[in-house]
Design a binder for this molecule. Structure first.
Ligand code: KG4
Ligand code: ZN
Length: 334
């Protein structure tokens, strides 16, 4: 089954063709980063308008480069995300499916992230522990099968990606903040500031990042400026944030007895996180390729394909879910 995947939930227009037999045939990605950079964050109305401008030409380009003139099904992100932006992908996806006379299916954006590492030839198998780390989510889940996700812990305030973005903004670094902070951290000394690693002293698997963010704000305003201060703050912040993620993964593996850990979402592109998780004893750690960690069409095509193969389809009435917990999904073996 050849599936066209469409991702427009935030500030990336992503399209891809995934074939259930042949794998990923191709993908195209247009990032709106430059459009939103002046505002220091995503402006929803501008995002929607840019998806309208870019989506159809991207689909055309993808199909031309893959040498296909239609797909067997269309999968589009139907939540969570920005309502207007989701609408563009959903309407276009449905229209294409109707024109081709093929089924269409709305996909949960975070399920796309979660399953992306399974696209590889060598992939994890169920059950596994998953750490989902993005701009809006920090969650530990037990994954037993497609759609069978049990929440073990999550952030009680900011998501870790959001903390990276806010720290970058405080320091006057580029948007999006994660890659900018990580780049800057490479030049810094993590020991010059001692930031808290929140929630480590408490039992359980929840996270909190707002106290860490406040500690960074105080360091910025209350420490005298010196050359390299920004770099040192980035390094110490990354050290603290990654330290919490790694410690909670270790704890979750111990509590569940699982031996595979899947790390997914934009923050899973972070190289310090990958390096520190590689030292986790007794667990095999899986990621998507770095290019497929942040938002893209391939993960939506893949997750959509798994569900379409089970016979799932959505009717013509358009349902979008800007807020939608992953644990509300159902499923089973493919
Ligand atoms: O998954 P994603 O592309 O979008 C959401 O679904 O939210 O994640 C975006 C988040 C942003 O907060 C971004 O700053 C963060 O992922 N991010 C990173 C890195 N690359 C992206 N955070 C830390 N290090 C990175 N290398
Ligand atoms: Zn995402």
């Amino acid at each position: 089954m050849l599936v066209l995947g469409i991702e427009t939930s935030c500030d990336e227009t992503g399209v891809a063709l995934y074939d259930s037999e042949l794998g990923l045939l191709g993908q195209e990605l247009y990032s709106q980063i430059a459009l939103h950079a002046d505002y220091g964050g995503v402006v929803p109305e501008l995002a929607s308008r840019d998806h309208v401008r870019k989506l159809v030409p991207l689909v055309r380009q993808l199909m031309r480069s893959c040498g296909v003139d239609r797909a067997d099904a269309v999968a589009y992100t139907c939540g969570p995300g920005l309502a207007g932006a989701l609408m563009v992908g959903a309407m276009t996806g449905r229209a294409l499916a109707m024109a081709w006379g093929v089924p269409a299916l709305g996909v949960h954006h975070m399920e796309g992230h979660l399953l992306a590492p399974l696209m590889a030839v060598e992939a994890p198998h169920f059950p596994f522990l998953a750490l989902l780390v993005s701009g809006g989510h920090t969650q530990l889940l037990r994954v037993d099968a497609l759609g069978q996700y049990a929440l073990l812990g999550e952030s009680v305030d900011d998501a870790v990606g959001e903390a990276f973005d806010k720290v970058a903004k405080m320091l006057g670094l580029d948007y999006p903040g994660g890659p900018a902070v990580a780049r800057c951290a490479l030049q810094g000394n993590p020991d010059r500031f001692n930031f808290p690693q929140p929630m480590l002293d408490r039992p359980g698997l929840d996270f909190s990042f707002s106290g860490l963010k406040t500690a960074v704000r105080l360091a910025i305003t209350q420490t005298e400026d010196y050359p390299g201060k920004t770099e040192d703050i980035c390094a110490a912040f990354e050290h603290a944030a990654v330290g919490v993620l790694v410690a909670k993964c270790r704890r979750a593996l111990k509590m569940t007895g699982l031996q595979q850990l899947v790390v997914a979402g934009g923050v899973s592109a972070n190289l310090k996180l990958r390096k520190d998780l590689s030292n986790l004893a007794g667990a095999q750690v899986w990621y998507a390729p770095v290019a497929l960690c942040t938002d893209n069409g391939a993960m939506i095509a893949y997750a959509g394909c798994q569900r379409l193969l089970r016979g799932e389809r959505h009717g013509l009435a358009l349902a979008l879910f800007p807020r939608w917990p992953l644990t509300a999904l159902t499923g089973g073996e493919v």
